[in-house]
Design a binder for this molecule. Structure first.
Ligand SMILES: [Zn+2]
Length: 354
């Protein structure tokens, strides 16, 4: 009955308001339902800001009723979501990505298909919910951020009822970052974990944590018999990964890596590898140094070969001179011998005839 009275009262009031009419038409909702959402969020449908920012107003109603159809992307994008998320046992999300633009709506609309199919849940800490509540009243924040912080709990509650989100209570002392790090330290030993956060410092802390967790894992020794029996071993099933991503427009993810050479962090696509990977500038720097070193070595080798060749040529010339000299001497000796023999013959013949 109360619902009916509310509906009649609202319908009488709404005759002149285009925002409510347009939203109702757009989202295929009854007008009183859109008005109910505005009332629950303590919003005025005549508010100039909301009328000017239709997409934000629509997002608020979508969140309140968990209507995510407009945020589902094409099949190809959904397949990419699936391949990115399926490898993780647990997916955690920090406060900032939940309220940054409408990116979380895209993420959950597309990821929910994978989460449902693979019986996984997105984990949100109660501490994160607490932070979001604080932001919704923080006058220093922009109005759109405050509105998003206000409406997201309605969406999270509805998705939790559908079994897509799990809320975890880790207490309320301290900041959410420390709660996440402490929880991931515990869960990361036995689970593949994905953390979605816009906070670079937290991301670096968690990537470092993941690396330290992996260091202490002892891989089993596979005997020849084991290899024969099982065919192949997948060590990545034993070494668990803690991966950190930033949420982007349309719900896309970009992973944070730390360069093992310069120690700086950077974002790149989500590859199935460790968190410490050399950055592109260090890679090119090392490659350039290698190329330079190679060029120097090649020049030195060319110089060495040239010197050897010159020595060889000199030796050949010298040998040739010696050979020619020997030949001349031999010829001279032969000539002398012939002359001597001839003289001897002449002398002998002279004595005979005398
Ligand atoms: Zn680097």
């Amino acid at each position: 009955m109360a619902k009916l009275i509310y509906k009649r009262r609202v319908n009488n009031k709404l005759d002149t308001n285009n925002l409510i009419k347009n939203l109702a038409k757009d989202l295929k909702l009854e007008e009183y339902k859109v008005q109910l959402c505005f009332d629950k969020l303590s919003l005025d449908y005549d508010d100039e800001y909301l009328n000017k920012n239709y997409s934000l107003s629509k997002e608020l109603v979508c969140c309140y009723y968990a209507i995510l159809d407009d945020y589902i992307r094409d099949d190809e994008a959904r397949l990419e979501f699936d391949s990115n998320i399926k490898r993780f046992d647990e997916v955690y999300i920090d406060t900032a990505p939940l309220i940054h633009e409408d990116w979380f709506l895209y993420f959950i609309a597309n990821a929910s298909l994978t989460l449902r199919k693979r019986r996984k849940k997105l984990v949100i800490l109660e501490k994160t919910m607490e932070e979001m509540y604080g932001i919704s009243f923080n006058e220093e924040k922009d109005l759109d951020v405050r509105l998003r912080a206000k409406v997201r709990p309605f969406l999270i509650q509805k998705l939790a009822r559908k079994g897509l989100i799990k809320r975890v209570d880790t207490g309320s002392i301290g900041i959410a970052d420390d709660h996440l790090v402490a929880l991931l330290k515990k869960r990361g030993k036995t689970n593949n974990i994905l953390l979605i956060t816009q906070d670079r410092y937290l991301s670096e802390r968690v990537v470092q944590l993941g690396e330290n967790l992996n260091k202490n894992i002892e891989l089993p020794h596979h005997t020849l018999f084991d290899r024969f029996r099982q065919g192949k071993f997948v060590d990545e099933d034993i070494v668990k990964k803690v991966v950190v991503c930033e949420l982007l427009k349309n719900g896309d993810l970009l992973r944070l890596y730390i360069c093992q050479h310069c120690g700086d962090s950077y974002y790149d696509k989500l590859f199935d590898c460790e968190g410490y990977v050399i950055c592109s500038s260090c890679y090119y720097e090392i490659e350039n140094a290698k190329q330079k070193h190679k060029a120097i070595k090649e020049r030195e080798e060319a110089k060495r070969l040239k010197e050897i060749k010159e020595i060889e040529e000199k030796r050949e010339i010298e040998e040739e001179i010696i050979t020619v000299g020997k030949k001349i001497k031999k010829k001279q000796r032969l000539t002398y011998s012939i002359v001597i023999i001839a003289l001897a013959l002449i002398l002998a013949l002279t004595f005979i005839f005398i």
